[in-house]
Design a protein around this ligand. Structure first.
Ligand SMILES: [Zn+2]
Length: 171
């Protein structure tokens, strides 16, 4: 069995109108998916599939962390992921995916979610991602403090709270 086979969901097999799935994805998943941005990580994925009249509603909850490259020091850093994402699927004659609705060939009836899960995690990564100040690899404490002052405007707002905590600790 292929590493990614378990992420294939048989929509025709959804019983009683809804069904829940859960996976834990890790480095093996990311190396099999071969995405460019994430190569390491650990995520818990929960999925509920609900059958509606016209389509299937897939509700994902993805939580954990993934490793990306720091924009400032190029070392690896972990980014927390906590996402709720919806996807819809319906049957048709040919496979299609417009980003919100996946059309699954009726003859097959199976939706392959591996790449969708990867993309959902990748979309949670901020465009600019840097270590919290003081944690970049190769920076001495002095460089770090100066660098922090000059780069302050560029810091991703998501790190702002953490930065304030670090600032307070340095005072
Ligand atoms: Zn860094």
């Amino acid at each position: 069995m292929n590493t990614l086979d378990c992420y294939k969901v048989d929509l025709k097999g959804i019983s009683a109108g809804s069904e829940a799935f859960s996976w834990h994805v890790d480095d093996e998943f990311f190396s099999a998916v071969q995405g460019r941005e994430i190569t390491h990580g650990s995520l818990d994925v929960e999925l509920e599939v609900r059958q509606r009249a016209e389509a299937y509603e897939l509700t994902f909850h993805i939580e954990g962390e993934v490793a990306v490259t720091c924009d400032r020091c190029l070392a690896s850093m972990y980014i927390p992921i906590n996402a709720d994402v919806q996807l819809k699927a319906k049957f048709g004659t040919e496979y299609d995916d417009d980003g919100e609705m996946v059309t699954v060939p009726y003859d097959e009836g199976i939706i392959d979610l591996a790449w969708h899960i990867y993309e959902m995690a990748a979309l949670e990564i901020p465009i600019r991602h840097v270590h919290p100040e003081g944690q970049c690899v190769g920076e001495s404490d002095a460089e770090l403090w100066d660098g922090g002052q000059s780069e302050r405007k560029e810091i991703d707002p998501r790190w702002d709270k953490l930065r304030k905590i670090l600032d307070n600790n340095n005072k």
